[in-house]
Design a protein around this ligand. Sequence first.
Ligand SMILES: C[S@@+](CC[C@H](N)C(=O)[O-])C[C@H]1O[C@@H](n2cnc3c(N)ncnc32)[C@H](O)[C@@H]1O
Length: 272
Amino acid sequence: MTSHENEYVLGTDDAELVRLGLQHRLWSAQAFACWERAGVTPGHTVLDVGSGPGFASLDLAQLVTASGRVIAVDESERFLRYLAQRAASLGIAHIETRVGDVHTLDIPAQSVDVAYARWVLCFTPRPEDVVARVASALKPGGVFAVQDYINWGALSLSPRSDAFLRVMPSVGKSWRDRGGDWQVGGRLPALLAARGLRVDYIEPLQRVARSTDPLWQWPTTFFANFIPRLVEQGLVSERDWREMESDWNERSRDPNAFFWTPSMVEIVARRV
Ligand SMILES: C[S@@+](CC[C@H](N)C(=O)[O-])C[C@H]1O[C@@H](n2cnc3c(N)ncnc32)[C@H](O)[C@@H]1O
C-alpha cells in the first residue's frame, strides 16, 4: 500500500483483495442477473463505480466485448493497479482504470450506457453527489444499476451467539464514523428520481448461508478481516472478539447453523 493510499473502512491489503475476489464469485450470479436486467450488451460503455480490484469489471469487459469499453473508477490506486495487471495478463485492452473519488467523477456527459455500483454507496458520505455525477455521465436511456445494503443490521446467526450480538453494533458504528450508511438502499429511489432517473426495478437481495454452503465463507472472511481492525481501534474488546470467533468456529462445524445475510436491494434506474 502506498503512503497516500486512501483507505476505505475495510482496507486495501492483500487479505481484503482476496476477500473481494471471493465475494464477487459468491455473488456473481446476482451480478450477472442484474447486468442482464440493465441490458449490458456488446459495444456498450459501462462505468464500474467504485470497482475495487475490478472483479466485476473483468466480467463486464467480457460482456461488452472488445467493441465496448469498461471504465473502472476507484479511490484505491492499489486495487486499480491489480485490475490493470490482470486485464493485461488476460489480453483485455478495453478496460480503462481511473483513480478517483466517485463523489467527483469526471466522465464526459452522456457517454455511458450502463453504470454499476455494488457495495460502494454504503461507504460514500454523500451518495447524492455520486448519483448526480453518474446521472450526468449516462446517455439518455442509459441505466444505473445498484446493488447495496438496505439493512445491514438485519443479519443474524443461528444458533444465536451473545458475543456476535455484542460485536455487530460496532461494525455499524465504524462504518458511520467514516460517513457510511448501511441502510443507504432506502434513500436511493428518491436520490435517483431527483436526478431524472426513473426507477424501473427494485427488489430485495436476501440470502441464507448454511454452514455447509460456499456462501458461509462470505461472513467468515468478512469477520476475520474486519473485526481485528475494530479491536485495534478499541471499538471491540479482544475478549468479545475471541468469544465471537470461538462461537463462529463452533457454528461452522454445526450442519444446522445458518447465517441470514444483511439485507440488500437491487435498483435499476433509467435516465429518461
Ligand atoms: C466493498 S468494495 C466493492 C468493490 C466492487 N464494487 C465490488 O463489488 O467488488 C468498496 C470499494 O469502494 C471504494 N470506495 C469507497 N469510497 C469511495 C470513494 N469515495 N471514491 C472511490 N472509491 C470508493 C473502495 O476503495 C472499495 O474498492
